[in-house]
Design a protein around this ligand. Structure first.
Ligand code: ADP
Length: 625
């Protein structure tokens, strides 16, 4: 296998480097045509056939509309030539044709309105899929970047609602343009000067619409952090998880007050935005009215001067009414398209981030064998939201088959270190080496593939019991025997088998129709998941925090048995579990301050011995009382 060239520079471009705040908005101002093109492209990618059908329907309706005017002109000419009541038979063909054209326009309009719904949903399906793709593939660390999370939020909300707007904008845009062109062409035939006047009126209307849409977009961008905080507070106030604390501490009023304040701030901002938009809208309406009146005056003047016949003038008035109606519709469609498209730029930028980042990644073929040595060399790690590093100058070597334990007080960096070992974060400084190969700048997927990890804040999937275990190696989901073995090792088989539907039972709170488990039972399910993955390296971050002492004892016996041939990294506050590890690393303030086996560390009389003594005294105290 050819080894790819090691990438130059460290790591990948960060989201914030790729997208600077406000940049998307600035670009929008110069990018209206591009945005509209993007909107069309999006609908094209999501629903090719739907778009073709919509365009065909619109074209048919527009041609029928122009046809109506021409038939009307013919009718008026026929009738206007005589002083007597016209013979019905002479005008019957025109009347029938007019009726057919009316029907075509009506049916096409109806079909378009209905088709808009399915088209919108197709576009929504497509955009949602893209957001999910990005959200599941960006580095874990991106979720700690506030800028990224805001964009994800905007893109998610937009992927949900904007597609409808874009689909209706695209259809309306095609409909209005085809109608304006077809009826406008008729008008050019009848009286070109009037057509030019109407064309001139288009500019200011579209410009004002653009200003109005931009104001709304700016409001939404400004309010995204507010929306996020408010949504969070709302969930705290309404979720089962927090309900008991909200009552026990009587904190509902305080939290509610904060929530309402945020709502009021948003409302104030929205009011100012709406006022601004109303001003633009009013100016637009005045411009449109002035142009229509001017056009009518011109027509009257032309009739009086004999330049136009009365029947031509009547048809021209009809055309002016249709065209100005369609121009209004066009500006509404452009507005909704522009609005959708501005939001679309958030969406396309967001999706582009992943592509740009994927390009910056260097894939390293998954090594067939587990590592013999995984080394961290002078590793430092700083969370994006913090100035101080959470890990500094960490050097350690993990050998295959070794059981190491990480101990230290809260906040000493244990969890952060496990996330680096699991390939979820990459170091801010220093290097991770897999059998001597520096992984800087490479995609860390191979490291993740060789690792199974259970976190302190493990996930509870509201899926079946079997899926909850097998999701760590989902391609094996049908292997019931293996699922049961993993569950049995974690002490979960007994209670999962006893569920009403056994392993096919849905787990989760009763409000989603599932069987809820106790915290300790959920923890065993999470452990079963880790065992089921059966990767060469097993990382357990406080795997027994929710278990009783007997459960904890059993689990550690089990871990030792399963550890045969596996590399195990164990984080625990319980020294009884830790002391059997081959090596214990003691962390303090993000640094490794002591390292060795239990006896060595005790003999040394440092931090480990001190923490061990505190816990032992606690036990002695409780047994003697
Ligand atoms: P431990 O597992 O030993 O309790 P952690 O690794 O969780 O320690 O945390 C180490 C330090 O990093 C702490 O100061 C903590 O506040 C900080 N930290 C942990 N997670 C994050 C995060 N997502 N964003 C910012 N700081 C964090």
């Amino acid at each position: 296998m050819v080894d790819p060239q090691p990438p130059s520079g460290r790591g990948r471009a960060t989201i914030d480097e790729i997208l600077r705040p406000g940049e998307a908005q600035q670009r929008d101002l110069r990018r209206l045509p591009t945005l509209i093109r993007q909107a069309f492209q999006l609908v094209w990618q999501a629903a090719r056939r739907g778009l073709v059908v919509a365009a065909a329907l619109q074209l048919l309706a527009a041609l029928s509309l122009a046809g109506q005017l021409l038939v009307m002109r013919q009718l008026l000419d026929t009738v206007g030539g005589t002083d007597q009541l016209p013979d019905l038979t002479t005008i019957l063909p025109e009347l029938m044709l007019f009726g057919v054209l009316l029907l075509v326009v009506a049916v096409a309009t109806l079909a378009q309105a209905e088709q808009q719904r399915t088209l919108g949903l197709q576009v929504q399906k497509y955009t949602t899929a893209q957001v999910i793709e990005v959200a599941t593939h960006v580095d874990l660390i991106d979720f700690d970047r506030p800028g990224f999370y805001d964009r994800l939020q905007r893109a998610s909300v937009n992927a949900g609602i904007r597609p409808m707007q874009i689909a209706s904008g695209v259809i309306g845009f095609i409909g209005s343009i085809t109608a304006v062109v077809a009826v406008g062409a008729t008008l050019v035939v009848i009286e070109p000067v009037v057509a030019v006047l109407i064309l001139l009126g288009l500019g200011p209307t579209l410009y004002l619409n653009r200003l109005s849409t931009r104001a709304l977009h700016a409001h939404t961008v400004r309010q995204t952090p507010n929306d996020r905080r408010r949504a969070y507070l709302y969930s705290v106030l309404t979720r089962k998880e927090e309900a008991q604390e909200v009552r026990a501490f009587d904190s509902g009023g305080y939290l509610r007050g904060k929530h309402d304040e945020l709502f009021d701030a948003k409302l104030t901002d929205l009011r100012a935005t709406v006022r601004q938009r109303l001003q633009y809208g009013t100016v637009g309406a005045v411009v449109a009215a002035v142009i229509t009146i001017a056009t009518l005056l011109l027509l009257v003047a032309f009739v009086r001067s004999g330049r136009l016949s009365v029947s031509d003038a009547v048809v021209a008035v009809g055309a002016v009414v249709i065209v100005s109606g369609r121009v209004r519709a066009l500006s509404a469609s452009t507005s909704s398209l522009y609005e959708g498209a501005l939001f679309l730029s958030d969406f396309t930028d967001f999706v582009a981030v992943e592509q740009a980042r994927a390009g910056a990644q260097h894939t390293w073929p998954r090594p067939p064998e587990p590592f013999e040595r995984l080394e961290l060399e002078k590793v430092a790690f700083t969370y994006p939201s913090r100035a101080e590093p959470s890990l500094s100058d960490v050097s350690l070597t993990l050998r295959r088959g070794e059981v190491i334990a990480l101990v230290g007080e809260n906040g000493s960096g244990k969890t952060t270190l496990t996330k680096l070992l699991a390939g979820l974060y990459r170091p801010s400084q220093g290097a991770i080496r897999w059998d001597g190969r520096d992984l800087s700048g490479y995609d860390l997927a191979p490291l993740r593939e060789h690792t199974t990890v259970i976190f302190q804040d493990f996930a509870r999937y509201f899926l079946t019991a079997e899926e909850n275990v097998a999701i760590s190696r989902i391609q094996e989901v049908g292997d019931r025997e293996a699922v049961r073995r993993a569950a049995a090792s974690a002490g979960a088989d007994a209670f999962l088998s006893a569920l009403p539907g056994g392993y096919d039972s849905l787990l989760g709170p009763s409000f989603v129709g599932g069987s809820d488990l106790s915290l300790g039972q959920w923890q065993r399910v999470a452990l079963a998941r880790a065992y089921f993955r059966d990767a060469p390296m097993l990382i357990l971050d406080e795997p027994t925090a929710s278990l009783d002492p007997r459960g904890e004892y059993e689990i550690f016996q089990q871990v030792r048995r399963l550890a045969e041939g596996h590399t195990v990294v164990l984080v625990s506050h319980r020294f009884s579990s830790v002391r059997a590890a081959d090596r214990i690393l003691v962390l303090e303030g993000g640094r490794i301050v002591e390292e060795g086996a239990h006896e060595e560390l005790m003999a040394r009389g440092g931090l480990y011995a001190e923490l061990f003594e505190i816990q032992a005294q606690g036990y002695r105290g409780s047994t003697s009382s």
